[in-house]
Design a protein around this ligand. Structure first.
Ligand SMILES: [Zn+2]
Ligand SMILES: [Zn+2]
Ligand SMILES: [Zn+2]
Length: 454
C-alpha cells in the first residue's frame, strides 16, 4: 500500500463502532487483528495493532486498497464469504462492509475499527457456520454478524436491478432467501415488484409508447382539425398546404378558426405507417438482450427485505439449519419448516374429518408487547427465549414452527379442552420467566388461522 502516507481522506463507515470503544482497546485486549491486504503484492506500513497476513493464513478482515484487487478477492475461497471487507480504494466496491475514499493509514485504522464488531460476532459463531460451504447457512451468518436485516436496494449496474449489500459476495442471494423464508429461518417484507424480460430475466427495461398498428415508437402528437362544412376530422398535417389549411375531403380553404373549423383535441400519428390513433400501445424493450414485449405479456418479479426469525437465530447458534433441510439433520426436535408443518396440519385435519380424531393448533401471540414497544435487540432476545421455552414444553408428538408473530404449535390427538389447558400452562411459564406485555398470550386458534400467521 504505497499510498498510505497520504493525508486522511473522508471515511465512510457502514457499521458504527459501539460508543466508547477504540481500535487499540479492542486489539490489545484480545488477539491482534489479522488483516489480509489486497492486492497481495503491496508494500505494507507497520501498524502496531495489525498483523498483516498472507492469503494462506487465517485472517479477520480483508482490506482492498485498489479496485483492481477485486480479481484477487474473487480467488478467496467461498468459505470466506463471512469475512468483512474494507474497501479503502475509493471505488465504492458494492459488497464491501466499509468504504473509505483513499488508501491511507488512517483509512486502514478506521476500517479495522469499524469492522471489529463484525469480527467479534464471527468469532462467536460455531465452527460449523464459519467453515460452511452452504450459501444458505452463510447467508444467515452474514445477517447475524452484520446485525442488520437483509435489506434490498436498487442497483441498475446488475441485470436484476436489485441487490442485498449485507449478503456480500454470496451468489444467488434471492434464491437462498426464498428458501430460508420458506423454511421459517427468515421473515420477509415486501420491497418492490419489478418487470422482467421474458427472454433473459433482466429488469433493465425501457418502457415505450408504440403505434397500435405497426408497433413503431415514432409517434408524434398532432392537433385534430374539424372542418364544419363537411364534418371531416383529421390531423392538422393532412390539411396543411404551404401556409394554408385546405380540407383534403372537399378542397375548401379554411380561413377562420371558430367559423370554418375548430381543433377539438389531439391524436397520435405514426411516423412509419401514418396510422392515427387516440391511445398508444405500451411495450417494454430489454436493454440487455433487445427483446421487445407487449406490456400485458411482461412478467414481474417480487422482491423482499428479509430478517432473521427466532428459528433463524437458533439455527445460527446451533450451526445447522435444522429440520428437513437438504442436510437431513433433525437438529431441533419438534421444530418443522413451514411447509412440513402445514402438511402435518393438513393430515391432522384429514384424520379429524374421516375418523373424528381431535387435534388443536396453539399460537403464541406477542400482541404489541415484545415486538413493538421494546428496543429491537430486546425484542429479539425475548423472541428467542419464548422460542426455546415453547420448544421445551412440547409433548411427544407435538410439533412447532416459527411464524412472524411467534411460535405456532400443532397438537395431534388433543381435545380443545386439553389444548386450552396447555395454552394456559405455556403462557404462565413464559410470563413467569420473562417480562412480556400483558397483551402477550397463548391462544388456541382455528387450524386455518395457523396458515395465515406468516
Ligand atoms: Zn432480455
Ligand atoms: Zn405505425
Ligand atoms: Zn371539408
Amino acid at each position: 500500500m504505497d499510498a498510505v502516507v497520504r493525508p486522511d481522506a473522508r471515511v465512510v463507515p457502514l457499521y458504527d463502532l459501539p460508543p466508547g470503544e477504540s481500535l487499540t482497546a479492542i486489539a490489545t485486549g484480545d488477539q491482534p487483528i489479522h488483516v489480509l491486504a489486497l492486492p497481495l503484492a503491496t508494500a505494507l506500513p507497520a501498524i502496531p495493532t495489525i498483523k498483516w497476513v498472507g492469503r494462506d493464513e487465517r485472517f479477520d478482515i480483508i482490506v482492498l486498497s485498489q479496485v483492481s484487487a477485486k480479481a484477487d478477492l474473487d480467488r478467496i475461497a467461498a468459505s470466506e464469504y463471512l469475512a468483512p471487507v474494507g474497501d479503502i480504494s475509493g471505488a465504492g466496491v458494492s459488497y464491501a462492509d466499509f468504504h473509505a475514499e483513499a488508501p491511507t493509514e488512517g483509512a486502514v485504522h478506521s476500517a479495522c475499527a469499524a469492522l471489529m464488531p463484525i469480527v467479534m460476532r464471527i468469532r462467536d459463531l460455531p465452527e460449523r457456520v464459519r467453515a460452511s460451504n452452504d450459501p444458505d447457512l452463510l447467508l444467515l451468518g452474514r445477517i447475524g454478524t452484520r446485525d442488520r436485516p437483509l435489506t434490498a436496494m436498487y442497483d441498475p449496474t446488475r441485470a436484476p436491478c436489485v441487490r442485498y449489500p449485507v449478503a456480500g459476495r454470496i451468489p444467488q442471494v434471492a434464491e437462498s432467501a426464498v428458501r430460508l423464508s420458506g423454511s421459517g429461518h427468515l421473515q420477509r417484507q415486501f420491497f418492490d415488484r419489478l418487470h422482467i424480460c421474458p427472454q433473459c430475466r433482466s429488469s433493465r427495461l425501457s418502457v415505450r409508447e408504440e403505434c397500435t398498428k405497426c408497433r413503431s415508437p415514432r409517434l408524434t402528437e398532432e392537433r385534430l382539425i374539424h372542418h364544419f362544412r363537411c364534418a371531416e376530422q383529421l390531423p392538422e398535417s393532412r390539411f396543411r398546404k404551404g401556409p394554408d389549411l385546405v380540407c383534403p375531403k372537399c378542397d375548401y380553404v379554411l380561413n377562420h378558426f371558430g367559423l370554418d373549423y375548430d381543433k377539438p383535441g389531439s391524436v397520435l400519428c405514426c411516423g412509419s405507417c401514418r396510422h392515427v390513433s387516440d391511445v398508444p400501445a405500451i411495450a417494454f424493450v430489454c436493454l440487455d438482450c433487445g427483446t421487445r414485449t407487449d406490456a400485458d405479456d411482461v412478467p414481474t418479479c417480487d422482491w423482499f427485505h428479509y430478517d432473521l426469525t427466532a428459528l433463524g437465530r437458533h439455527a445460527l447458534r446451533a450451526g445447522m439449519l435444522g429440520p428437513d433441510r437438504r442436510d437431513g439433520n433433525h437438529l431441533i426436535p419438534g421444530v418443522l419448516s413451514r411447509s412440513t408443518f402445514h402438511e402435518l396440519a393438513a393430515s391432522c385435519e384429514g384424520l379429524y374429518r374421516r375418523a373424528g380424531r381431535p387435534f388443536a393448533v396453539l399460537a403464541v401471540l406477542s400482541g404489541t408487547g415484545t415486538a413493538a414497544t421494546a428496543p429491537k435487540r430486546t425484542a429479539a432476545i425475548a423472541a428467542d427465549m419464548i422460542f426455546d421455552m415453547v420448544r421445551e414444553m412440547l409433548r411427544p408428538g407435538d410439533a412447532m414452527m416459527s411464524a412472524a408473530s411467534g411460535p405456532v404449535i400443532l397438537c395431534p390427538e388433543t381435545t380443545s379442552r386439553e389444548a386450552r389447558r396447555l395454552a394456559k400452562r405455556i403462557e404462565k411459564h413464559i410470563k413467569d420467566n420473562i417480562a412480556v406485555s400483558d397483551a402477550m398470550r397463548v391462544a388456541v386458534v382455528p387450524p386455518q388461522a395457523a396458515f395465515k400467521l406468516d
